[in-house]
Design a protein around this ligand. Structure first.
Ligand code: ADP
Length: 155
């Protein structure tokens, strides 16, 4: 059976941290679906269309990557996509505690779906979309923190 992983997130915006997790996971899976979650309760900084466009600019040429937006439960989306794995990145112990709760709940709802964690590369362990947004709001330079292909577009 094809090993399909869903990498869910808001990607508001995509950072080098996300990019690194996806590239490192590519040899492990047959397909990775970058799943942009639409959460009506979470107000995003960038419009959905931009976030999707930037993901496409970074991964559009990668044959094993698909970019799809979704709403609702991540496990339901995995079922629809025939994905057996949820991919997540871990930076800190706070990430771990947060992810553990979600991972256990997802397992309780859908025992057939495994959550797979990749440790953040050390150079990206302090990087988050929210830090990038803060820098942008204050007129700073984020080119070191977002994928090269989008760094000019995002300013
Ligand atoms: P969410 O809204 O679900 O937190 P994000 O877009 O912030 O979505 O993150 C999606 C996934 O990427 C999460 O598993 C998160 O832990 C991981 N991630 C985010 N930034 C990094 C980073 N710098 N290094 C490794 N993983 C990261």
């Amino acid at each position: 059976m094809k090993k399909i992983a869903v990498f869910p997130g808001s990607f508001d915006p995509i950072t080098r941290g996300h990019e690194s997790i996806i590239r490192r996971a590519l040899p492990v899976f047959d397909e990775i679906i970058i799943a942009l979650g639409e959460n009506p309760e979470k107000k995003s900084y960038f419009p959905l269309a931009n976030r999707l466009k930037w993901l496409g600019m970074v991964f559009g040429d990668e044959a094993k990557v698909r970019i799809v937006k979704y709403s609702g439960l991540t496990v339901d989306f995995c079922m629809r996509m025939n994905a057996g794995y949820i991919l997540r990145g871990l930076r800190t112990s706070a990430d771990f505690e947060f992810e553990r709760t979600i991972g256990l709940m997802n397992k309780a709802i859908s025992p057939g779906i495994e959550t797979v964690f990749f440790l953040s590369a050390p150079e990206y362990a302090a990087l988050s979309s929210s830090v990038v947004r803060d820098i942008l709001r204050n007129g700073g330079d984020v080119s070191k923190f977002v994928p090269e292909k989008i760094s000019e577009k995002i300013h």
